[in-house]
Design a protein around this ligand. Structure first.
Ligand SMILES: NC(=O)c1ccc[n+]([C@@H]2O[C@H](COP(=O)([O-])OP(=O)(O)OC[C@H]3O[C@@H](n4cnc5c(N)ncnc54)[C@H](O)[C@@H]3O)[C@@H](O)[C@H]2O)c1
Length: 274
Protein backbone atom coordinates (compact mmCIF):
# COMPACT_ATOMS: atom_id res chain seq x y z
CA UNK A 1 0.00 0.00 0.00
CA UNK A 2 1.45 3.41 -0.94
CA UNK A 3 2.32 5.81 1.87
CA UNK A 4 1.93 9.55 2.41
CA UNK A 5 5.66 9.87 3.03
CA UNK A 6 8.45 8.95 0.61
CA UNK A 7 7.45 5.71 -1.11
CA UNK A 8 10.07 2.99 -1.26
CA UNK A 9 10.38 1.65 -4.80
CA UNK A 10 12.12 -1.53 -5.98
CA UNK A 11 12.80 -2.62 -9.55
CA UNK A 12 12.97 -6.18 -10.91
CA UNK A 13 14.94 -6.22 -14.19
CA UNK A 14 17.88 -3.86 -14.71
CA UNK A 15 17.78 -3.77 -18.51
CA UNK A 16 16.74 -0.89 -20.77
CA UNK A 17 13.45 0.08 -19.05
CA UNK A 18 14.52 -0.81 -15.49
CA UNK A 19 17.74 1.22 -15.75
CA UNK A 20 15.93 4.22 -17.25
CA UNK A 21 13.33 4.14 -14.48
CA UNK A 22 15.95 3.76 -11.76
CA UNK A 23 17.82 6.84 -13.03
CA UNK A 24 14.58 8.84 -13.33
CA UNK A 25 13.41 7.96 -9.82
CA UNK A 26 16.81 8.76 -8.38
CA UNK A 27 17.13 12.09 -10.22
CA UNK A 28 13.60 13.46 -10.53
CA UNK A 29 11.21 12.06 -7.95
CA UNK A 30 12.43 14.28 -5.11
CA UNK A 31 10.53 13.74 -1.88
CA UNK A 32 7.89 11.47 -3.47
CA UNK A 33 9.89 8.28 -3.88
CA UNK A 34 13.08 6.62 -2.89
CA UNK A 35 14.78 3.91 -4.93
CA UNK A 36 15.48 1.21 -2.36
CA UNK A 37 16.04 -1.99 -4.30
CA UNK A 38 17.26 -3.40 -7.62
CA UNK A 39 17.10 -7.05 -8.60
CA UNK A 40 18.12 -8.81 -11.80
CA UNK A 41 18.55 -12.49 -12.63
CA UNK A 42 22.04 -11.39 -13.52
CA UNK A 43 23.15 -10.06 -10.13
CA UNK A 44 26.06 -8.26 -11.83
CA UNK A 45 23.56 -6.02 -13.63
CA UNK A 46 21.90 -5.02 -10.34
CA UNK A 47 25.29 -4.31 -8.77
CA UNK A 48 26.48 -2.34 -11.83
CA UNK A 49 23.34 -0.18 -11.87
CA UNK A 50 23.41 0.44 -8.13
CA UNK A 51 27.04 1.50 -8.26
CA UNK A 52 26.37 3.72 -11.34
CA UNK A 53 23.76 5.46 -9.18
CA UNK A 54 26.22 5.71 -6.28
CA UNK A 55 23.90 3.57 -4.06
CA UNK A 56 25.87 0.46 -3.30
CA UNK A 57 23.40 -1.02 -0.79
CA UNK A 58 20.34 -1.22 -3.02
CA UNK A 59 21.20 -4.36 -5.02
CA UNK A 60 18.97 -7.19 -3.78
CA UNK A 61 20.07 -10.83 -3.85
CA UNK A 62 16.62 -12.32 -4.53
CA UNK A 63 13.09 -11.36 -5.49
CA UNK A 64 11.95 -11.88 -1.88
CA UNK A 65 14.76 -9.66 -0.64
CA UNK A 66 13.66 -6.91 -3.06
CA UNK A 67 9.94 -7.19 -2.27
CA UNK A 68 10.42 -6.79 1.47
CA UNK A 69 12.45 -3.59 0.96
CA UNK A 70 9.74 -1.61 -0.81
CA UNK A 71 6.14 -0.34 -0.98
CA UNK A 72 5.89 -0.58 -4.78
CA UNK A 73 7.58 -3.24 -6.92
CA UNK A 74 8.26 -2.38 -10.57
CA UNK A 75 8.54 -5.37 -12.90
CA UNK A 76 10.66 -4.64 -16.01
CA UNK A 77 12.10 -8.11 -16.60
CA UNK A 78 10.29 -10.69 -18.71
CA UNK A 79 6.90 -12.26 -19.44
CA UNK A 80 8.21 -15.53 -17.99
CA UNK A 81 8.69 -14.05 -14.50
CA UNK A 82 5.97 -11.40 -14.24
CA UNK A 83 3.41 -13.69 -12.55
CA UNK A 84 5.98 -14.69 -9.90
CA UNK A 85 6.78 -11.01 -9.26
CA UNK A 86 3.10 -10.11 -8.93
CA UNK A 87 2.40 -13.14 -6.69
CA UNK A 88 5.32 -12.29 -4.37
CA UNK A 89 4.16 -8.67 -4.18
CA UNK A 90 0.58 -9.66 -3.34
CA UNK A 91 1.79 -12.11 -0.69
CA UNK A 92 3.74 -9.30 0.98
CA UNK A 93 0.80 -6.86 0.49
CA UNK A 94 2.84 -4.66 -1.83
CA UNK A 95 1.64 -2.87 -4.98
CA UNK A 96 3.16 -3.68 -8.34
CA UNK A 97 3.73 -1.85 -11.66
CA UNK A 98 4.05 -4.28 -14.53
CA UNK A 99 5.78 -3.84 -17.91
CA UNK A 100 5.70 -7.46 -19.17
CA UNK A 101 1.92 -7.35 -19.41
CA UNK A 102 1.85 -10.14 -22.03
CA UNK A 103 2.55 -12.57 -19.18
CA UNK A 104 -0.58 -11.43 -17.34
CA UNK A 105 -3.19 -12.26 -19.95
CA UNK A 106 -5.93 -14.53 -18.52
CA UNK A 107 -4.87 -13.78 -14.92
CA UNK A 108 -8.34 -13.31 -13.44
CA UNK A 109 -7.54 -15.33 -10.30
CA UNK A 110 -4.35 -13.34 -9.65
CA UNK A 111 -6.20 -10.03 -10.07
CA UNK A 112 -8.84 -11.31 -7.63
CA UNK A 113 -6.11 -12.16 -5.08
CA UNK A 114 -4.72 -8.61 -5.43
CA UNK A 115 -8.18 -7.16 -4.79
CA UNK A 116 -8.75 -9.43 -1.78
CA UNK A 117 -5.43 -8.37 -0.18
CA UNK A 118 -5.86 -4.67 -0.97
CA UNK A 119 -2.97 -4.55 -3.48
CA UNK A 120 -2.87 -2.62 -6.74
CA UNK A 121 -1.44 -3.80 -10.05
CA UNK A 122 -0.56 -0.90 -12.34
CA UNK A 123 -0.23 -1.49 -16.10
CA UNK A 124 1.17 1.49 -18.04
CA UNK A 125 -0.09 2.25 -21.57
CA UNK A 126 3.32 1.21 -22.91
CA UNK A 127 4.08 1.62 -26.59
CA UNK A 128 0.53 2.59 -27.64
CA UNK A 129 -1.84 5.53 -27.34
CA UNK A 130 -5.56 5.64 -26.60
CA UNK A 131 -5.80 3.29 -23.61
CA UNK A 132 -7.65 6.01 -21.67
CA UNK A 133 -10.30 6.28 -24.42
CA UNK A 134 -10.65 2.50 -24.78
CA UNK A 135 -11.28 2.15 -21.03
CA UNK A 136 -14.01 4.79 -21.20
CA UNK A 137 -15.53 3.41 -24.43
CA UNK A 138 -15.62 -0.11 -22.98
CA UNK A 139 -18.14 1.12 -20.39
CA UNK A 140 -20.63 1.35 -23.26
CA UNK A 141 -20.72 -1.07 -26.18
CA UNK A 142 -17.61 -1.76 -28.22
CA UNK A 143 -18.41 -3.33 -31.58
CA UNK A 144 -14.89 -4.05 -32.76
CA UNK A 145 -11.26 -3.05 -32.30
CA UNK A 146 -8.58 -3.43 -34.95
CA UNK A 147 -4.92 -3.30 -33.94
CA UNK A 148 -2.63 -2.87 -36.95
CA UNK A 149 1.08 -3.20 -36.25
CA UNK A 150 3.62 -2.25 -38.92
CA UNK A 151 7.26 -3.24 -38.51
CA UNK A 152 10.29 -3.48 -40.81
CA UNK A 153 11.01 -7.01 -42.15
CA UNK A 154 14.05 -7.32 -39.84
CA UNK A 155 11.66 -7.41 -36.86
CA UNK A 156 10.40 -10.82 -38.02
CA UNK A 157 13.73 -12.57 -38.56
CA UNK A 158 13.60 -15.98 -36.88
CA UNK A 159 9.84 -15.85 -36.13
CA UNK A 160 8.70 -19.50 -36.40
CA UNK A 161 5.39 -18.63 -38.11
CA UNK A 162 7.19 -16.62 -40.82
CA UNK A 163 9.65 -19.48 -41.46
CA UNK A 164 6.84 -22.07 -41.55
CA UNK A 165 4.90 -20.07 -44.13
CA UNK A 166 8.04 -19.64 -46.28
CA UNK A 167 7.72 -15.84 -46.17
CA UNK A 168 11.01 -14.59 -47.63
CA UNK A 169 11.63 -11.37 -45.70
CA UNK A 170 14.50 -10.30 -47.96
CA UNK A 171 12.27 -10.40 -51.06
CA UNK A 172 9.45 -8.27 -49.68
CA UNK A 173 9.26 -5.06 -51.75
CA UNK A 174 5.88 -3.53 -50.89
CA UNK A 175 3.45 -3.49 -47.95
CA UNK A 176 2.73 -7.14 -47.17
CA UNK A 177 0.26 -8.49 -44.66
CA UNK A 178 1.77 -11.38 -42.76
CA UNK A 179 -0.97 -12.02 -40.20
CA UNK A 180 -4.61 -11.25 -39.48
CA UNK A 181 -6.45 -12.97 -36.64
CA UNK A 182 -7.54 -12.98 -33.00
CA UNK A 183 -5.51 -11.83 -29.98
CA UNK A 184 -4.71 -15.29 -28.60
CA UNK A 185 -3.31 -16.51 -31.93
CA UNK A 186 -1.36 -13.26 -32.39
CA UNK A 187 0.16 -13.60 -28.91
CA UNK A 188 1.15 -17.19 -29.64
CA UNK A 189 2.65 -16.55 -33.08
CA UNK A 190 4.20 -13.10 -32.52
CA UNK A 191 5.45 -12.88 -28.93
CA UNK A 192 7.27 -9.61 -29.83
CA UNK A 193 3.87 -7.91 -30.09
CA UNK A 194 2.63 -9.48 -26.91
CA UNK A 195 2.63 -6.37 -24.69
CA UNK A 196 0.71 -4.09 -27.05
CA UNK A 197 -1.98 -6.70 -27.81
CA UNK A 198 -2.22 -7.71 -24.13
CA UNK A 199 -2.58 -4.12 -22.86
CA UNK A 200 -5.27 -3.44 -25.45
CA UNK A 201 -7.04 -6.64 -24.55
CA UNK A 202 -7.04 -5.89 -20.78
CA UNK A 203 -8.18 -2.28 -21.33
CA UNK A 204 -11.06 -3.27 -23.61
CA UNK A 205 -12.13 -6.08 -21.23
CA UNK A 206 -13.18 -8.23 -24.20
CA UNK A 207 -10.41 -9.67 -26.31
CA UNK A 208 -12.93 -11.41 -28.60
CA UNK A 209 -13.73 -8.03 -30.14
CA UNK A 210 -10.11 -7.46 -31.23
CA UNK A 211 -8.59 -8.27 -34.62
CA UNK A 212 -4.80 -8.07 -34.89
CA UNK A 213 -3.17 -7.29 -38.23
CA UNK A 214 0.58 -7.40 -38.77
CA UNK A 215 2.08 -5.78 -41.85
CA UNK A 216 5.66 -5.37 -43.02
CA UNK A 217 7.47 -3.36 -45.69
CA UNK A 218 11.10 -2.34 -46.29
CA UNK A 219 9.78 1.25 -46.34
CA UNK A 220 9.07 1.13 -42.57
CA UNK A 221 11.78 2.59 -40.37
CA UNK A 222 9.92 2.56 -37.02
CA UNK A 223 7.35 0.32 -35.32
CA UNK A 224 3.90 1.77 -35.95
CA UNK A 225 0.78 0.79 -34.00
CA UNK A 226 -2.68 1.89 -35.16
CA UNK A 227 -5.80 1.24 -33.14
CA UNK A 228 -9.31 1.63 -34.58
CA UNK A 229 -12.23 1.37 -32.20
CA UNK A 230 -15.85 1.22 -33.32
CA UNK A 231 -18.02 1.83 -30.25
CA UNK A 232 -21.42 3.08 -29.17
CA UNK A 233 -19.63 6.24 -27.98
CA UNK A 234 -18.14 6.86 -31.46
CA UNK A 235 -15.08 6.00 -33.49
CA UNK A 236 -11.54 6.33 -32.18
CA UNK A 237 -8.35 6.11 -34.20
CA UNK A 238 -4.84 6.34 -32.73
CA UNK A 239 -1.47 5.96 -34.45
CA UNK A 240 1.86 5.69 -32.65
CA UNK A 241 5.09 5.86 -34.63
CA UNK A 242 7.68 4.75 -32.15
CA UNK A 243 11.36 5.57 -31.95
CA UNK A 244 13.40 2.59 -30.76
CA UNK A 245 14.98 2.81 -27.32
CA UNK A 246 18.75 3.33 -27.60
CA UNK A 247 19.60 0.64 -24.99
CA UNK A 248 17.31 -2.01 -26.54
CA UNK A 249 16.04 -1.50 -30.13
CA UNK A 250 13.22 -4.04 -29.49
CA UNK A 251 11.73 -1.66 -26.92
CA UNK A 252 10.08 1.65 -27.85
CA UNK A 253 11.31 4.78 -26.09
CA UNK A 254 7.63 5.63 -25.45
CA UNK A 255 7.25 2.42 -23.38
CA UNK A 256 9.97 3.55 -20.95
CA UNK A 257 8.49 7.07 -20.79
CA UNK A 258 5.04 5.61 -20.22
CA UNK A 259 6.35 3.73 -17.16
CA UNK A 260 7.75 6.99 -15.74
CA UNK A 261 4.46 8.79 -16.49
CA UNK A 262 2.47 5.98 -14.83
CA UNK A 263 4.68 6.22 -11.75
CA UNK A 264 4.20 9.99 -11.57
CA UNK A 265 0.44 9.46 -11.87
CA UNK A 266 0.49 6.98 -8.97
CA UNK A 267 2.40 9.39 -6.72
CA UNK A 268 0.67 12.67 -7.66
CA UNK A 269 -2.35 13.97 -5.74
CA UNK A 270 -3.97 15.13 -9.01
CA UNK A 271 -4.43 12.48 -11.68
CA UNK A 272 -5.13 13.56 -15.26
CA UNK A 273 -6.67 11.18 -17.77
CA UNK A 274 -9.19 8.39 -17.46
N1 LIG B 1 4.23 -2.73 -21.98
C1 LIG B 1 4.88 -2.39 -23.08
O1 LIG B 1 4.36 -1.73 -23.98
C2 LIG B 1 6.30 -2.82 -23.22
C3 LIG B 1 7.13 -2.21 -24.18
C4 LIG B 1 8.45 -2.63 -24.27
C5 LIG B 1 8.92 -3.64 -23.45
N2 LIG B 1 8.08 -4.25 -22.56
C6 LIG B 1 8.53 -5.36 -21.72
O2 LIG B 1 9.23 -4.85 -20.61
C7 LIG B 1 10.19 -5.82 -20.18
C8 LIG B 1 11.55 -5.13 -20.05
O3 LIG B 1 11.94 -4.59 -21.31
P1 LIG B 1 13.43 -4.09 -21.55
O4 LIG B 1 13.47 -3.46 -22.87
O5 LIG B 1 13.92 -3.36 -20.35
O6 LIG B 1 14.18 -5.52 -21.65
P2 LIG B 1 15.75 -5.80 -21.42
O7 LIG B 1 16.00 -7.11 -22.10
O8 LIG B 1 16.57 -4.63 -21.80
O9 LIG B 1 15.87 -5.98 -19.83
C9 LIG B 1 15.29 -7.06 -19.13
C10 LIG B 1 16.11 -7.29 -17.88
O10 LIG B 1 15.42 -8.24 -17.05
C11 LIG B 1 16.34 -9.20 -16.59
N3 LIG B 1 15.62 -10.46 -16.32
C12 LIG B 1 15.20 -11.39 -17.20
N4 LIG B 1 14.58 -12.39 -16.55
C13 LIG B 1 14.61 -12.08 -15.24
C14 LIG B 1 14.15 -12.74 -14.07
N5 LIG B 1 13.56 -13.95 -14.12
N6 LIG B 1 14.34 -12.14 -12.87
C15 LIG B 1 14.99 -10.94 -12.79
N7 LIG B 1 15.47 -10.28 -13.87
C16 LIG B 1 15.28 -10.85 -15.07
C17 LIG B 1 17.38 -9.34 -17.69
O11 LIG B 1 18.61 -9.87 -17.19
C18 LIG B 1 17.49 -7.90 -18.18
O12 LIG B 1 18.48 -7.19 -17.45
C19 LIG B 1 10.18 -6.95 -21.24
O13 LIG B 1 9.41 -8.04 -20.79
C20 LIG B 1 9.50 -6.29 -22.43
O14 LIG B 1 8.80 -7.23 -23.23
C21 LIG B 1 6.80 -3.84 -22.42
Amino acid sequence: MLRKKKNRIGIVGCGAIGSYLAKEIDANFGDKANLCGLFDISLDKAYALSSALGKKKIAAISLEDLVKRCDLVIEAASASVVREVVKSSILAKKDCLVMSVGGLIDSKALFEQARARGCRIYIPSGAIAGIDAIKAASLSKIEKIILTTRKPPSAFIGVAYVLKRNINLEHIETETSIFEGDVDTALRLFPQNINVAATLSLASRDKKKITVRIITSPEYKNNIHEIEIFAESGKIFTRTENVAFADNPKTSFLAALSAVAALKNILEAVKVGT
